[in-house]
Each structure stands twice: as C-alpha cells, then as structure tokens.
Ligand binder design. Structure first.
Ligand code: DI6
Ligand code: FE
Length: 408
C-alpha cells in the first residue's frame, strides 16, 4: 500500500473522465490527494516521474462512484413484505396496513446509534467493494427529533470509520408516524420547527428531502418543509412522481432543488421546470425493478431539455434492497434505455452534481483523487456485464484503499 504523501502513477490506462471515455490511453499522476496530471504517456516529463510509485497499466480508470440517493442506515429486514408483495399486495397497500416504511421505523427507533452503525457497515462495505467513494445517506426511519438525529449521527460516523465521503440528508418528511396519524400537518410542523432547526444547529444534515406522494405528504406540506430548509440555509431535494404525478418535481425545482428523484410519472411541464432550475433528475432503477413498476421516467424529454441525469441505488430495506451500484448501471440501460455512457456519467459527474459537490465525480487536473481502476478494457463494460469483483484499485483522497493483489 502506498501512503498518502506518495506520488502514484498509472500509465497506458483508458480513462472515463466522468462524461466521456478519452480516445487515447492516458497517464494519471496523483499527488497530495488530487489528480496532479492527466496526459498522454509521452507527455510525462522528468519532474512528473520523480519519486513516483508505479501503480500499473491497462484497465479502465473512472471517477470513484457517487451513489447520490440511499437509505443505507436502518434496522431490521423487510423480507416478509417482499413475499407479501410477490403474492399481489402493492407497495401502497403494504404501507397503508402499517407495514412498509413504518415497520422499518419501529426497528430503527428500537436500535441504538451503535447498533445502527454496526448494522449498516456490511451494506456500506458492499458499496465500497463495488467502487463507491461518495455516498449520500438519508434519515427518515426515525420520525422523531431524537431518532432522526440518531440516524444522521450514525451516518456521519460511518464516514469516519470507512474511507468514503458521506453526505447526509434529513428526510423527516418520509412517512407519517403512527402517533400523528390523525394530524399530518402537526407532524409537518414538527419537521419544520424542530427537526430541521436541530439538524442544522448540530451540522448533521447537508440537505433536506421529502416524500411527495399520496401515501406520504402533499405538495403543500412539502413546500412548508422546503421553506423551513431555506430558512436554515439547507438545499432541498424530493422523492417525486414515484407512484403518481403530483407536480412534486416542479415544486422542488421552484425551490432550487438539487435533484428530483424517481420521477417515473414526471410530465413535460415538470421536465421544463427542472431544466430551468438546473435540478438533476435522479433515476432509481432498483426501486422500479423491485416494485415491478411499468411507468418509465421520461428519458427522451430529459435529454431534449438537457436535464442532467443521475443514477443511484436507492439502497433501502423496502423498495430497493440492492447494494450493488454497478448493477444499477446495467438496470438504467436495460430498463430505461440509457446508454452505458449516460449511466456511468449518472453515477459519477451527475451524481456529484446532485450532491452539490464540485470536486469529485470527474477526473481532471486539480480535482480530488477519488478514483476506481477496473479490470475491464472499455468503460461500457461496467454497465454491460453484471459481475462483482472487477474493481482492481479504489483510490480515496489520493490513497489506495482497496487493491486486488492476485495475479492478473
Ligand atoms: N421511496 C422509496 O423508494 C423509498 N422511500 C421513498 O420515499 C422506500 C423506503 C422504504 O420502502 O423503506
Ligand atoms: Fe429513496
């Protein structure tokens, strides 16, 4: 393992820079946690080569993957609900019967912060082993001030004990807890007047999310949450148009949302609002697959209007129990007809944009050296084949954090 201050050099490597695969094999020099040089091999000079550690050649280098939408911190399992849905119950029916998100809320409230960290580590490690270097983690299974903060603290701690950037999102408006069943406006007041201020005061949330849906919160309620977030200097995002079209994405865009996510039922007006606001469209094909949805997100309209498209796992115990980001690249192509290039840009450049991070998700001189080297010949193979174990090296902040050492 090379230490952080060493200068690491890859030669003759195919680079996907976050938008495109570069035509020629390149050399990449990493120093002091950043990409110091990205050039053709022949353009390296003696100063570049001084004191470098040779990190190998061949293969494909991409930005470290950015999973910009997960619910990774939770307790319990929903395998029973999976079986119910296979027998014909819908996601909404399971939720209305007190299962669904609320069953995970019960388990998560019962868990301590330490227990949540321990339960989440194997899931986080699965993401890291498949190339993730930045992960967003939402709260939303606590639904009390104390339990939401507990989830956010657990998420932050995960970023301290593993080499990964963790971005946290307060999703207090995820589901209506049982104790507020008859007064959803009172719960929204709790989110606005207590949860958001507490999370902001403790620096525990980087953004605020809502679930705008018939089985969750109305556009008017979501708008109150967005306004409260703005009062505390927090950017917003939304689960919108997942199961129906309530105009949540356009509403979020009007509030300067970083992203609107799912958007299966998004209409043209929604696409235009997102384009105007620069709001990223985050596609979550794992949830689409798991819930056996058939309404496709409006990919062509998003392309026509130049809306940046991100792809994420939505890793969660209910609608997307999937912890393999490269599988999502494949599903984004097979289910939504993204090109392999678009899918990979969606989990690098555009994922970073959905998290408001300017210096990851792309490979360019001066940007952070969060990188992956894969044992493939072309970057489009990452979306094409569903195959674990292709990650040769994972570089976080200029440091090798994972390396396959066997013969290749
Ligand atoms: N939509 C989703 O897909 C996740 N949350 C949401 O608002 C599902 C969360 C869960 O089912 O536990
Ligand atoms: Fe989600």
């Amino acid at each position: 393992m090379a230490d952080k201050r060493s200068r690491l050099l890859w030669r003759d490597i195919t680079v996907f820079d976050g938008q495109h695969e570069l035509a020629d094999p390149m050399a990449v020099l990493v120093a002091d946690g950043r990409v110091a040089k990205l050039c053709r091999d022949a353009e390296l000079d003696a100063a570049d080569l001084a004191g470098v550690t040779d990190m190998g050649h061949g293969g494909v280098m991409t930005p470290g993957l950015v999973d910009c939408h997960t619910h990774l911190v939770f307790a319990g399992s929903r395998a029973g609900e999976f079986a119910l849905r296979l027998e014909g119950a819908s996601y909404a029916e399971v939720a209305q019967a007190g299962g669904g998100i609320l069953s995970t809320v019960r388990a998560t409230r019962d868990a301590s912060e330490d227990e949540l960290v321990a339960a989440t580590l194997p899931r986080l490690d699965a993401l890291l082993a498949d190339g993730v270097t930045t992960v967003e983690i939402k709260s939303g299974y606590g639904l009390t001030v104390a339990d939401e903060l507990k989830m956010l603290r657990a998420a932050r701690r995960l970023g301290e004990i593993r080499p990964v950037r963790v971005v946290t999102t307060l999703l207090g408006a995820h589901a209506l807890p049982l104790e507020y069943q008859d007064d959803s406006d009172a719960y929204i007041r709790l989110v606005c007047n207590e949860m958001i201020p507490a999370a902001a005061a403790d620096g525990l949330a980087d953004a605020v999310d809502v679930f705008c849906e018939g089985i969750a919160f109305s556009p008017a309620q979501c708008e109150r949450v967005f306004s409260a977030a703005a009062r505390h200097g927090l950017r917003v995002k939304a689960h919108a148009e997942q199961l129906s079209n309530l105009g949540g994405a356009a509403l979020a865009a009007r509030h300067g949302a970083l992203s609107a996510d799912h958007i299966d039922y998004l209409d043209d007006a929604g696409v235009e609002s997102m384009a105007e606001a620069g709001t990223v469209a985050t596609l979550l094909p794992g949830a689409y697959l798991t819930l056996r949805e058939s309404q496709q997100p409006p990919i062509d309209a998003l392309r026509r209007h130049g809306v940046p498209i991100a792809v994420a796992t939505d890793a969660n115990p209910g609608s997307s129990p999937m912890f393999m980001p490269t599988l999502m690249l494949n599903l984004a192509c097979t289910l939504f007809r993204l090109t392999p290039r678009e899918a990979l840009a969606g989990m690098t450049t555009n994922g970073a944009r959905a998290l408001n991070l300017a210096d990851v998700g792309r490979i360019a001189e001066g940007l952070r050296a969060d990188l992956c080297v894969w044992d493939v010949e072309r970057s489009n193979e990452l979306a094409y084949a569903v195959q674990a174990g292709r990650l040769r090296q994972r570089i976080f902040d200029g440091e090798i954090t994972q390396e396959r050492t066997h013969e290749r």
